[in-house]
Design a protein around this ligand. Structure first.
Ligand code: KIV
Ligand code: ZN
Length: 390
């Protein structure tokens, strides 16, 4: 296995509890948020965005308690570009051993029109609010919302202002999931080249999945120099969601040969947290979702089953155990073959002779034509029936 210890470290910033919880219907209770934050901390997430403290009393209390209980992760809260939001945010995160204030403002033409600020007025607002945040806290993240649709000259100008005012992380959000991988990389590269002081801060990538490119865009940004990925468990998030944590982390691990960056995530904790987030948010994970979907490590077709029974790597590029999944990877259905049936029968404790196996196989195929999935109990019943007839 490759020695990754000297590779550049990519920080994982999880925003399941903030951007993820903003998905309509994904609201979590106070206790559920505490539980998810604990799991994120345990799995090695570098920064947990725990909520938006000004949004409600409940959000404030959740961020505060998560901050108090945090062990290793930096605890971050979100604040708009005004003193009231920033003060409230700091009141909540200050209880953490490692607090962070994350403040943002929309910088694209469409977003500038909302507060009706001129470019100069917005620049001044950024200077004042980042300075204020930095006076409260050493760790300040600043985001130009809708960065990917902001004019490059203006983007460079406001990022320079934020860095001079004390921001330590500059996050580049693709707020509406509009960018594409090459553009995502070019943008980060351009900012690193053009903005004075860019080499003194961490650049982050924050992608939404409206065109299904959030993971690809985040990884492209890393290859161009971003060193923090913002993501959520199961890709939970508004509209089509955010970059999925499990996807970027496993992509960096499985394709470390071409993307030589390391994260601090204990990947064996992925499956458990995915299931907990799905359960507490009420958002089911689609069966064919990369990494954590029910079918992601399951094989039904005869050719695939035969292949994985002989050598798991024939049809699997990573081990299920690497994400903490220890369930069986063979699903019995109408596409399954004799080899899979034999292996399944042995697993269930039946050592069938060739003739018996053939008979059970015929009956199994007939059953599989009527049922989508044939369960272990069905197979046991088939064998017992068969033995009864012999
Ligand atoms: O998508 C976005 O622009 C955000 C910001 C608040 C960072 O979530
Ligand atoms: Zn977002």
């Amino acid at each position: 296995m490759t020695d990754t210890s000297k590779q550049d470290r990519v920080l994982i910033f999880d925003t399941t509890l903030r951007d993820g919880e903003q998905s309509p219907g994904a609201t979590m209770t106070h206790d559920e948020k505490l539980e998810i934050a604990e799991l994120l901390d345990e799995m090695g997430v570098d920064i947990i965005e725990a909520g938006f403290p000004i949004a409600s009393e409940g959000d404030f209390n959740a961020v505060k308690e998560i901050a108090e209980r945090s062990k290793n992760s930096v605890i971050c809260g979100l604040a708009r570009a005004n003193f009231k939001d920033i003060d409230r945010c700091y009141e909540a995160v200050k209880h953490a051993a490692k607090p962070r204030i994350h403040t943002f403002i929309g910088t694209s033409p469409l977003h500038r029109a909302i507060p009706n600020l001129t470019m100069d007025e917005m620049a001044e607002r950024i200077h004042e609010t980042v300075t204020h945040a930095r006076n409260l806290c050493d760790n300040v993240q600043w985001s130009p919302m809708d960065a990917t649709r902001t004019e490059h000259d203006y983007l460079c100008r406001v990022i320079e202002i934020a860095i001079k005012a004390g921001a330590t992380t500059i996050n580049i959000p693709d707020t509406v999931g509009y960018t594409a991988p090459r553009e995502s990389a070019d943008l980060i590269r351009m900012l690193l080249e053009r903005v004075p002081g860019a080499d003194e801060v961490v650049f982050a990538t924050h992608c939404h999945n409206d065109l299904g490119m959030a993971t690809a865009n985040a990884l492209a940004a890393v290859e161009a120099g971003a060193r923090q990925i913002e993501c959520t468990i199961n890709g939970l998030g508004e509209r089509a969601g955010n970059t999925a944590l499990e996807e970027v982390v496993m992509a960096l691990r499985v394709r470390n040969d071409i993307m030589p960056y390391r994260t601090g995530i204990d990947t064996t904790k992925i499956m458990n947290i995915s299931r907990r987030v799905s359960s507490v948010s009420g958002f089911a994970v689609q069966f064919n979702k990369a990494i954590v979907g029910k079918n992601a490590f399951l094989h039904e077709s005869g050719i695939h089953q035969d292949g994985v029974l002989k050598n798991i790597e024939t049809f699997e590029i990573m081990k299920a155990a690497d994400i903490g999944l220890h369930e069986k990877n063979i699903a019995m259905g109408k596409h399954s073959g004799r080899a899979a049936l034999r292996s399944k029968m042995q697993e269930l404790g039946f050592d069938l002779g060739e003739n018996q196996l053939n008979d059970v196989f015929v009956r199994f195929k007939a059953l599989a034509d009527r049922k989508k999935e044939v369960y272990d109990d069905d197979l046991v019943a088939l064998v017992q029936d068969q033995v009864g007839q012999d």
